[in-house]
Structure formats: structure tokens, C-alpha cells
Design a protein around this ligand. Structure first.
Ligand code: FES
Length: 330
């Protein structure tokens, strides 16, 4: 038995217990989404008819007034029967890769920076995604899922490259830093998220990443340069200490092959890197006008906020600023 969910022209089946968001994404119907954890509000949608269970929809994200007006968080709500929603707002370049479950094998684990590992997985079957999106990995031996952005370009559909920072006491950290094994089998679901690179775009690009927020930006840079080797691309990577920097040689090598690509490391708590201080200050010093640019930002809440301000100060159009906030998950 399954329920029928309708949103605009999208009509999808939904198994009982499955969230509205999952039902739409699994069917290849786009619905705005970002955190998939009930914290960002991106997936808020109005119900026109039908009943749902709100499950873990926090009041900080879905207020009592919004509830009363019929809104739900699609990533949390599960239908109790057939439901009709308002047509969701879509982005021009919304990715439409259907959400899928795949099994992957751990093929490589490497320490790349202080408390940071690169984990390479090879999926049994191709997983289509857009540069910038993320997957959920089920920590082996548990039911716990953790979200990781994909750092490789989408042409490598069987490859899943994850950059994982250790969080003391975290279940996923314990797996990745204590007991992960090459050859281990891992359940992966994805892709998620509307932080996506638009392969049709032709504008110059500026990317600001904090810590392992570099991961989805690498995917974007690699795809952008493969499509247009001379495109103007500015990548700023911000970290606290030099030991937190990673993939420096790889990105420097890209710089030598692509004259339009500039890679700048910014170290905020000690001397070292290309620049001392924050990426936002370096960007503001270097770029007089970003009016023609498209911007991509990935980092903590505070990092994203500061970066959006910097982009706007350099007159980047708000509709061309894309952002991905992450909260470290153990
Ligand atoms: Fe649903 Fe963030 S609250 S995607």
C-alpha cells in the first residue's frame, strides 16, 4: 500500500513511514531541500489537503503560526493518507537526480590534514549527482546516518570521495578514525541538497570554503574546469592552522594547468598559507567587483553569513549566491 502525494504537476507514491521529501526525491521530482534534518526550513511546504505526522519538526524551524497555516517540513513529515501540497518553488538549475540507495566499498582511507581523513568509496552501481550535493552514509553496524558532501566531480558516478573531520566522541568519527577497513561495505543514500553547480552557467565563479567545506567546492571546481578550462574561478580555502590545509598540491597543480583558476589559502590563527586571516577579508581585498560572478559558499553558519556579506559588498547578485551550511556531525 502507498499513499499518493501531489505537488503541482508532480504526483508521486509514498510508502507509509517515508518522509514527503524522500518520496518526491526518490521519484525524481525536485523539491527544495538542504539539511534533511529539520533545521534549515528550506523544505517548508503548504498542505492544501490531507493529514501528516509532523514527527521531529522543531518549533525553531516550523513555528506554531506556520503549523496553523498548514505548513510542514517535507524532510520530517510523513503522510497519514493522500496529501495535496502547494506547488513547491523550484530553482532554475534544480538538480533532478533521483534519490537512490546504493552499496559501496571502502577503497581508500587517507589522513589528509589534522584530524581529517579522505575516504574513497566505490559504489556497486552508478549514482548520478550534481557537483555540490551530499550523500548520507549509514555508519556500519549502526542505523545512524551521517551526511557528507561529495568532493569528486559527477562524471565519476561510481566514485564517492568524502572529506571527514574527527568529532571527539562521535559515532561516525569512531568508525572513520578507529575501525574503518578497506573492503568494508557501506550503505549510501543520495544525492541530497540544492547546493548545486549549474553546468550551463558561463559567469566567473568565486568559491569560499571553511575547513572540510572545501569538499563540495572541489567537486564544483573540477567540473567547471573540465567544461571550460579557461573559466575565471577564484577558490578561497579558510582554516585555523596550517595543519588543517589539505589538497594543496592538487589544487596548485590545477592552477598551473588553468590560468583562469586562482587558489588562495587563508590561515586565521597562525602565520602561514597564502594569507593571514579570514577568507572574507582576502576576497574583499582581491576583488573590486563581483557583479558578474556566481558565488558558492560552504562552511559553518557564521562562515556562510560572513561570506554572503562579503559577496554582497562586492555587488554579487543575491540570486547568484549559493550556500551550504554544515554543522559538524559526530
Ligand atoms: Fe527540511 Fe532543512 S528543514 S531540508
Amino acid at each position: 500500500m502507498s499513499y499518493t502525494l501531489t505537488a503541482g504537476t508532480g504526483v508521486v507514491p509514498c510508502e507509509p513511514g517515508r518522509t514527503v521529501l524522500e518520496a518526491f526525491l526518490r521519484n525524481g521530482n525536485w523539491m527544495p531541500n538542504s539539511c534533511n534534518q529539520g533545521t534549515c526550513g528550506t523544505c517548508k511546504i503548504k498542505v492544501l489537503d490531507g493529514e501528516l505526522d509532523h514527527r521531529n519538526s522543531p518549533e525553531a524551524t516550523l513555528t506554531a503560526d506556520e503549523l496553523a497555516d498548514g505548513f510542514v517540513l517535507a524532510c520530517q513529515a510523513t503522510p497519514r493518507g493522500d496529501v495535496v501540497f502547494e506547488t513547491p518553488a523550484t530553482e532554475e538549475s534544480a538538480a533532478t537526480h533521483a534519490l537512490r540507495d546504493v552499496v559501496a566499498t571502502v577503497t581508500e582511507v587517507r589522513d589528509i590534514a589534522a584530524g581529517t581523513r579522505k575516504v574513497l568509496l566505490t559504489a556497486d552501481e552508478p549514482l548520478e549527482f550534481s557537483a555540490g550535493q551530499y550523500v548520507e552514509v549509514t555508519v556500519p553496524g549502526t542505523e545512524i546516518r551521517r551526511q557528507y558532501s561529495l568532493a569528486n566531480p559527477p562524471c565519476e558516478t561510481k566514485q564517492l570521495e568524502l572529506h571527514i573531520r574527527r568529532q571527539p566522541g562521535g559515532v561516525a568519527s569512531e568508525w572513520v578514525f578507529e575501525r574503518i577497513d578497506v573492503g568494508e561495505r557501506v550503505a549510501v543514500t543520495g544525492p541530497y541538497g540544492d547546493f548545486t553547480f549549474d553546468p550551463e552557467g558561463t559567469t566567473p565563479i568565486a568559491l569560499l570554503g571553511g575547513g572540510t567545506g572545501l569538499a563540495p567546492l572541489e567537486a564544483i571546481v573540477r567540473q567547471a574546469l573540465s567544461l571550460a578550462p579557461d573559466r575565471q574561478i577564484l577558490l578561497y580555502h579558510g582554516v585555523r592552522t596550517c595543519a588543517d590545509l589539505y589538497d594543496v598540491d592538487f589544487l596548485r597543480e590545477l592552477e598551473t594547468r588553468h590560468p583562469g583558476f586562482r587558489y588562495v589559502t587563508c590561515v586565521s590563527r597562525e602565520s602561514g598559507g597564502d594569507r593571514a586571516g579570514y577568507v572574507t577579508d582576502a576576497f574583499l581585498e582581491d576583488v573590486a567587483s563581483a557583479k558578474e560572478f556566481t558565488g558558492y559558499i560552504c562552511g559553518s553558519e557564521a562562515f556562510v553569513e560572513a561570506s554572503v556579506k562579503a559577496f554582497k559588498r562586492r555587488r554579487m547578485s543575491p540570486r547568484r549566491i549559493r550556500r551550504e551550511r554544515f554543522t559538524p556531525a559526530g
